[in-house]
Design a protein around this ligand. Structure first.
Ligand SMILES: Nc1nc2c(ncn2[C@@H]2O[C@H](COP(=O)(O)OP(=O)(O)OP(=O)(O)O)[C@@H](O)[C@H]2O)c(=O)[nH]1
Ligand SMILES: [Mg+2]
Length: 236
């Protein structure tokens, strides 16, 4: 079984169409939505649309928030249900569901697959130059400090073989947001799991609103460089 884990927060405009698309790709794909009791009723939309569908499950978390912990919960549940592969993606169509089979095939060769925006070029649509620069800087930072040999270490569009997921869970990942994605990759790499970068085109979210909290983490990643360039500080 292959489980696609999707963390959601206020994604009612996207989630049903996305899940339908995934189900249509191959009967082997199952979907696990981990929703944090979204105020916009994302969970109810999933329930209503897929109540009779064996291949779709919803975890509705109460009193808990966060992308990283939601994905980790998805990992645990997928392993518990006996998945031999786990794929992760965003709910907002930034990650094209039609690329899932490519990630899945890459897992035939490698224990991890990264849907990569920056491998052999830059493939990001409709991002402001500032946003792109932040993402590139975050990646350069992660690559340099952690010596990860991948162009895109902060992509949330990934595939994992079961053993890699088990390793990640056992390693006790702590960080949130983008840092979580980097940490997962670093820990897997340290355990000897190599990744295959699969080129994908990333598109700015189709509908719904940005949860800019992940921006905060990016800022934290950039901070050391800002200090380096302007040691005396400066205006915001
Ligand atoms: N369960 C859960 N999912 C979240 C949370 N924050 C974000 N997500 C989901 O994680 C995925 C990525 O979050 P996004 O808000 O798209 O983050 P982003 O792509 O960096 O930024 P934008 O697309 O510009 O908003 C989406 O599917 C979100 O719905 C959260 O607190 N809990
Ligand atoms: Mg997004």
């Amino acid at each position: 079984m292959k489980i696609v884990v999707i963390a959601t927060y206020n994604e009612r405009e996207n989630i049903v169409a996305l899940v339908e698309r995934i189900l249509s790709l191959t009967p082997l794909f199952h979907v696990l939505v981990v929703d944090d009791d979204s105020p916009d009723g994302t969970g109810k939309f999933v329930d209503d649309a897929f109540s009779g569908e064996e291949r779709v499950r919803l975890i509705s978390r109460k009193g808990e928030r966060g992308y990283a912990s939601a994905v980790e919960r998805g990992f645990r549940e997928a392993v518990r249900r006996g998945a031999d592969r786990v794929l992760t993606m965003d709910a907002d169509f930034s990650h094209n569901p039609d690329d899932l089979p490519l990630l899945d095939s890459a897992l035939d060769e490698f224990p991890l697959a990264i849907g990569s925006r920056y491998h052999n070029g830059i493939r990001v649509l409709n991002w402001s130059p500032g946003r792109l620069l932040l993402s590139l800087a975050a990646n350069a930072y992660a690559k340099t400090i952690l010596r990860l040999p991948y162009a895109d270490c902060t992509s949330g569009f990934r595939g994992y073989r079961r053993e890699a997921v088990e390793k990640v869970i056992a390693s006790g990942v702590r960080s949130n947001g983008y840092a979580f994605l980097v940490e997962v990759l670093a820990r897997a790499e340290k355990a000897g799991f190599r990744s295959k970068e699969v080129p994908i085109i990333y598109t700015e979210r189709r509908a719904g609103h940005s949860k800019m909290s992940r921006m905060t983490i990016l800022e934290a990643i950039i901070l050391p460089w800002r200090i380096l360039l302007r040691p005396s500080g400066g205006k915001r």
